[in-house]
Design a protein around this ligand. Sequence first.
Ligand SMILES: [Zn+2]
Length: 199
Amino acid sequence: MSDPNPRIEQFRKMAEADPNNELGHFSLGKAYLDAGETAPAIQSFQRVIDLNPEIAKVYQMLAEALLKENRKPEAIDRLTQGVKVAGARGDLMPKNEMIKMLKDLGAPVPESIAAAVPQQTVGQGQVLCNRCGKVGRRLPEPVFSNAQGKLIQEKICADCWREWIGMGTKVINELRLPLSDPQAQKIFDQHMREFLNLT
Ligand SMILES: [Zn+2]
């Protein structure tokens, strides 16, 4: 048997210790998917949806795993649901990616949701947000004193940033990340970039 994958082991323990921890199952599913273990990835993502059906990105990742197993009708089903969830929540990136996946699969796209975003004017003190796709209030200053802080100020609206601060706290607590550990800091950054659509 090959060496256990440390990332999978870490998240598996987390998901087992706290079975209602959606972030644990989400991270475990991603670790399985990255390792090419699609069957357990599908189980983990399904568990996330059972716990919280409002996370749009999970439908996309579940569909990716299903497609790797040649389960196309189920993938289309999940993508269709995911596009609706993303549309309702204003999650622009997963919405557009899932619409593209549906089109590539030759499947219909839920019509009201697929409608193009109207042209938006960005005024002073505003930013066209990379996450929600809307023109919103610009952050008054960079959130960190590095390039990433500046990038967030330029690309993310103040409302989405505030939302991330709440989610970031959840990530630290639920994944029990000791931020003094560079590996934990990396996991935290990855969650932040994904949440803000800065990947
Ligand atoms: Zn935003």
